[in-house]
Design a binder for this molecule. Structure first.
Ligand SMILES: NC(=O)c1ccc[n+]([C@@H]2O[C@H](COP(=O)([O-])OP(=O)(O)OC[C@H]3O[C@@H](n4cnc5c(N)ncnc54)[C@H](O)[C@@H]3O)[C@@H](O)[C@H]2O)c1
Length: 433
């Protein structure tokens, strides 16, 4: 594997709450001023070797991970605010955690966005930092942005990650999304209904030799046409949707029910959230994209075909409510109706009230996904990186071949650790820790 020489450009689509929390936090951390809590690449210790030969090493001691000090940040957004102004506007981090890196944040000015108000209706008419042109012209401009950023910042490699608004739901359309040739024709003919702006960023990134990660639930890279491109270019891709609060809990609690053979009759999840993400998700067409991502989770862990008496009739509902007073401090409630010995007449309930901070949970995931994508790039791994499912709510998988996503957090962690072991020249295994 190539070592992590030189600088890594990290280009984030969207310079909102998640991105500025990620950038400010990483800048603070590399100055020795902040804890990278929640970042597995920075904090986890993974066992390598077995029996008396076993030792516990940090990820960077096993594989040649890029040092955070070698990251150069860039971004695109429809709002012209720099990263400092945007971090202040997002009100996630305290002034004391922004001021020491104010100069660096002020120097991160967003490039003009490839934006279509049809895809994020709540932001229509706002910002103004937007490129002109049809789909094909936008791709060319995005490619030029990546090349320019790379040369101006002296980067050896670039990773592009989407942390912009969730786009409206569009369905997989085999006539456009299954073959690269059809997909490229749709860009040429400016097919706005089937080519979302996020797809233009992904296509441009891959054409410029950069891995792409989708942090929202947008279909984007989760289509065979893009898998074909990633394969052709020999580049890694990953997605979709950062696994942060409620879904993280779901993928921990569901395996518990399954392994103890406890039944589930209903799971109701609701959230209140007051940041811009919450406002965008208040539009039904954008919420639909999120809903699909959030709903898929328990079905693959609690398989109704395997255990119809326990999981044959689950009522699963997810709601997100825009509630401005809370800002980024999301509150997620879950109610689970469960049963066991002697069936549903002896039902029980589990209540979870997670008072979280959305961007504080998402920022370390952005860092981990970026560093793992760069690692995959240098290791020559191409296509969908399933070992990164650990960080994602709706992990990509080859649905055209009937492959199923892995949602169980513990299975995902095993996949993650084994890939790190393998890339570090150790044997993958499942020995008890
Ligand atoms: N925070 C979490 O826990 C979490 C978890 C999973 C997914 N996400 C997703 O991450 C994304 C970012 O969340 P956030 O809280 O930072 O939202 P945010 O609204 O603060 O930031 C998103 C930014 O994207 C910009 N944008 C929209 N369309 C764009 C485009 N086409 N090109 C460039 N910029 C564009 C917006 O102007 C905005 O500044 C959302 O899609 C959200 O659903 C967040």
């Amino acid at each position: 594997m190539e070592t992590a020489n030189g600088k890594l450009g990290v280009l984030v689509v969207g310079l909102g709450a998640v991105t500025t929390t990620f950038m400010a936090g990483t800048l603070m951390y590399r100055k020795g001023l902040g804890l990278p809590g929640g970042s597995v690449t920075q904090m986890a210790k993974i066992r390598v070797g077995r029996g008396k030969d076993r030792k516990y090493l940090k990820v960077s001691e096993i594989v040649p991970l890029t040092d955070c000090k070698d990251i150069e940040f860039g971004s695109w957004d429809i709002f012209p605010m720099n990263a400092y102004e945007s971090a202040m506007n997002a009100k996630v981090l305290l002034q004391k955690d922004i001021d020491p890196v104010r100069d660096e944040l002020e120097s991160i000015k967003p490039m003009k966005a490839a934006f279509d108000p049809e895809y994020v209706s709540r932001l229509a008419g706002q910002g103004g930092n937007i490129k002109d042109g049809d789909r094909a012209a936008l791709v060319e401009q995005l490619r030029e942005d990546i090349r320019k950023f790379k040369s101006e910042h002296g980067c050896d490699r670039v990773v592009v990650i989407w942390a912009a608004s969730t786009e409206k739901f569009i369905d997989y359309n085999p006539a456009v999304h299954s073959k690269l040739e059809d997909f490229e024709n749709a860009i040429k003919t400016n097919d706005k209904a089937n080519i979302a702006p996020s797809m233009l960023y992904a296509y441009a990134a891959l054409q410029e030799g950069a891995p792409f990660v989708m942090g929202a639930p947008n279909i984007c890279v989760d289509i065979p046409a893009i898998w074909e491109l990633a394969d052709k270019k020999g580049l890694p891709i990953a997605g979709k949707d950062f696994k942060t609060g409620q879904t993280l809990m779901k993928t921990v609690l569901s395996p518990m029910l399954r392994t103890r053979c406890l039944g589930l009759s209903g799971w109701f999840s609701t959230n209140i959230l007051g940041n811009r993400d919450g406002e965008v998700l208040d539009a039904p067409e954008n919420f639909k994209t999120k809903e699909v991502s959030k709903l898929g989770v328990i079905d693959t862990i609690l398989k109704k075909e395997d255990q119809p008496e326990l999981y044959g009739d689950i009522f699963h509902k997810v709601r997100i409510n825009y509630y401005p007073p809370r800002g980024d401090a999301k509150e997620g409630w879950d109610n689970l109706d469960i049963f066991g010995w002697m069936g549903q007449d002896y039902g029980m309930q589990i209540k979870v009230d997670f008072l979280c901070r959305d961007s504080i949970l998402a920022a370390p995931i952005v860092l981990d996904l970026v560093l793992c994508s760069d690692l995959a790039l240098r290791a020559g791994l191409k296509g969908t990186q399933r070992w990164m499912s650990f960080f994602l709510k709706s992990p990509m998988h080859d649905y055209t071949q009937g492959e199923e996503p892995i949602h169980d957090l513990f299975q995902q962690y095993t996949m993650f650790k084994n890939k790190i072991r393998e890339l570090g020249g150790y044997e993958p295994d499942e020995e008890l820790e």
